[in-house]
Design a protein around this ligand. Structure first.
Ligand code: F6R
Length: 612
């Protein structure tokens, strides 16, 4: 999704802003631009494509004297990726320039109204409508802050915006509504950006703006107000503990590879302080004030939804909590959910900003549910709006394709299942629940075990990717807790390498999909040594009987006669998922890299999906 940055300080602003845009690249974009004031008029430079195209143009422009600027990376929503649609956009009279992340839902209506008044539009964007609306409001409210607020009050939808004025070239304004925007407080300089890495090089002091906050900032001061009535608001800056090192590649070829290899550390972080000294109790004090639910709904999108499907098995088996898993984009448009008092909703989101998941959280709250969040990004919207939040502590995930975040979500779901198992302790059921201490100690032993295994797994993934790189289609099969992992394997392959891949419950193959199998349509089967193994083995044989090639991922002394048997370290199911997951990730990574795809920023994708 779009990335924005605003800067006012003492340094040449354009390099600060372009550097910030580089740090926001991971969000996905198709064009970029910057604006600053020079010689009493706006200098707006925009380019389609990568930031290098923008930088080439900037090299030919005198930028050194400006100490206030703003920049934008655009992920097209209204209008094709083209220079004319790239931000910043200026008002017709060139007095104002704006950058925007989000969608103004009533922009057609506002555009028609402004067109009647004689405004002309040079782009297809909702953003150009907004900047002209501010200019129009200014006719009644000469003070820009008031005109800005008046225009935003008329805009429905989601936005994070930065605004500059030609006649006050050292000031920028920013506002937020349902889209991420963080204010950075420096010494003699201030920032606003879609994400912290954009300015972390300069300051660790941040303010997580709330929806409905509006800010006026210069190098020396900043003032924050409520959009509603322009009453001042005071937010205490917080200090970010992680540094740029955590958000850089550390010698790996891609962020994705680095993040896959970080998973043992991520698990250690997630476990830290969450197991009692005796090793028999999970500590989640964030949830101690909330009763364990009689039923749980888990709502999420994409990879986080796959984590939810995987976690359901543990929550049902270990904690005996019945679980319903919902796609946020579907859940938010169904009105048949009325929550009972003892029911709970868990929303899972790495970014904590996914528009559908955030909307689902709000709807669930309106309908009386207690909502807890499982998030990675501290201070994100979901984290702030949930009644309680569990942080996954995976650190910044830069690669667009999610890897370590899923591992940390799975770990937290396992901890949650054990935590609620203890809270719900029911003597009739306890004999059916597996012993907690055994699972806790298995979880604690996971990180070193995975750390030892990853390099060899990477080698196998590399070899197999070369062998199967010609395939244009792939099936991923799994049963039980391996079915969500099969879905995730297929998602990773298609999003990174653009090879069509489908994840299926292995038992469903014969109900239709098997018709597609031939010698050019391989199958990646997850066939672990567990009670479901004989059934998955039969499914593999059915595929092979139709000349389908099979990679079988297994973890035991199985008698599989697949084309390629990939044996990974043995762990008791369902924890084996923590080894299956990186195997799937590494296979997709190697496939995409071998095929020359843009691994960290696949086409058409955005890291944080802040539009519906
Ligand atoms: C896939 C991927 C996406 C996200 C989805 C939800 O690799 O990253 O499917 O999982 O957009 O994002 P979050 O978890 O931030 O809500």
């Amino acid at each position: 999704m779009c990335g924005i940055i605003g800067y006012a300080g003492c340094r040449p602003a354009v390099p600060v802003v372009t550097e910030g845009l580089h740090r926001l690249e991971y969000r996905g974009y198709d064009s970029a631009g910057v604006a600053f004031v020079r010689d009493r008029s706006f200098c707006v430079i925009r380019a389609k494509g990568r930031l290098s195209a923008l930088e080439e143009k900037l090299a030919a422009v005198q930028t050194a004297t400006s100490t206030c600027a703003m920049g934008h990376t655009r992920w097209a929503t209204h209008g094709v990726p083209a220079e004319r649609n790239a931000h910043p956009h200026c008002s017709n009279d060139n007095s104002l320039a704006i950058v925007h992340n989000g969608i103004i839902e009533n922009f057609q209506e506002l555009k028609a109204e402004l067109a009647e008044k004689g405004y002309v539009f040079h782009s297809e964007t909702d953003t150009e409508v907004l900047v002209n609306l501010i200019a129009e409001c200014r006719k009644d409210e000469p003070e820009l802050l008031r005109a800005f607020a008046a225009a935003l009050r008329r805009a429905h939808g989601a936005y994070a915006v930065c605004l500059m004025e030609r006649n006050a070239p050292d000031t920028f304004y920013a506002a937020r509504m349902s889209a991420p925007l963080i204010f950075g407080v420096g010494t003699g300089e201030n920032f606003a950006a879609s994400d912290i890495p954009a300015f972390l090089h300069y300051t660790r002091k941040v303010i997580f703006l709330d929806d409905g906050d509006i800010v006026q900032a210069t190098a020396k001061e900043y003032n924050m107000f409520r959009l509603e009535d322009l009453e001042p608001v005071a937010h205490e800056p917080q200090t970010v503990l992680w540094d740029m090192q955590a958000a850089q590649k550390s010698g790996y070829k891609h962020y994705m590879l680095k993040e896959i290899f970080e998973q043992p550390r991520v698990m250690t972080e997630a476990l830290a302080g969450r197991i009692s000294e005796q090793g028999d109790t999970v500590l989640l004090p964030e949830l101690d004030n909330l009763p364990a639910p009689a039923r749980l709904y888990i709502v999420a999108c994409g990879t986080s939804w796959h984590s939810a499907l995987w976690g359901r098995h543990l929550l049902e088996d270990w904690a005996r909590v019945p679980v319903q898993v919902e796609l946020a984009s579907e859940f938010r448009h169904r009105d048949n959910f009325l929550f009972k008092k003892d029911e709970m909703v868990l929303v899972i989101s790495q970014s904590g900003e996914t528009a559908d998941t955030l909307a689902a959280l709000r709807i669930a709250k309106e309908r009386g549910a207690t909502v807890i969040g499982l998030c990675n990004v501290i201070g994100s919207s979901i984290a702030r709006e949930a009644a309680a939040v569990l942080y996954t502590r995976a650190g910044p995930e830069i690669s667009v394709a999610s890897t370590k975040a899923m591992c940390s979500q799975m770990l937290m779901l396992a901890l949650l299942a054990l935590y609620w198992q203890a809270r719900r302790h029911n003597p009739d059921e306890s004999s059916r629940c597996p012993p907690r201490r055994q699972w806790i100690s298995a979880l604690v032993s996971l990180p070193p075990m995975l750390g030892d295994a990853l390099s060899a797994m990477h080698e196998t993934a590399r070899r197999l990717s070369r062998k199967y790189a010609q395939a244009r289609n792939f099936f991923y099969l799994g049963r039980g807790h391996c079915f969500p992992l099969a879905l995730e394997g297929a998602l990773k392959l298609k999003e990174l390498s653009y090879i069509h891949a489908e994840g299926y419950a292995a038992g469903e193959m014969k109900h239709g999909p098997i018709a597609l199998i031939d010698s050019a349509f391989p199958t990646f089967a997850i066939a672990l040594d567990d009670p479901l193994f004989p059934k998955t083995k039969s499914n593999i044989m059915e595929v092979q009987a139709r000349q389908g090639k099979v990679i079988a991922l297994t973890n035991g002394e199985t008698d599989l006669a697949a084309d390629d048997v990939w044996t990974i370290p043995r762990l008791p199911s369902p924890l084996a998922g923590f080894v299956v997951l990186p195997a799937l990730q590494l296979f997709s990574y190697e496939m995409a890299d071998y095929l020359g795809k843009d691994v960290d920023q696949p086409r058409n994708l955005a890291k944080s999906v802040t539009v519906e």
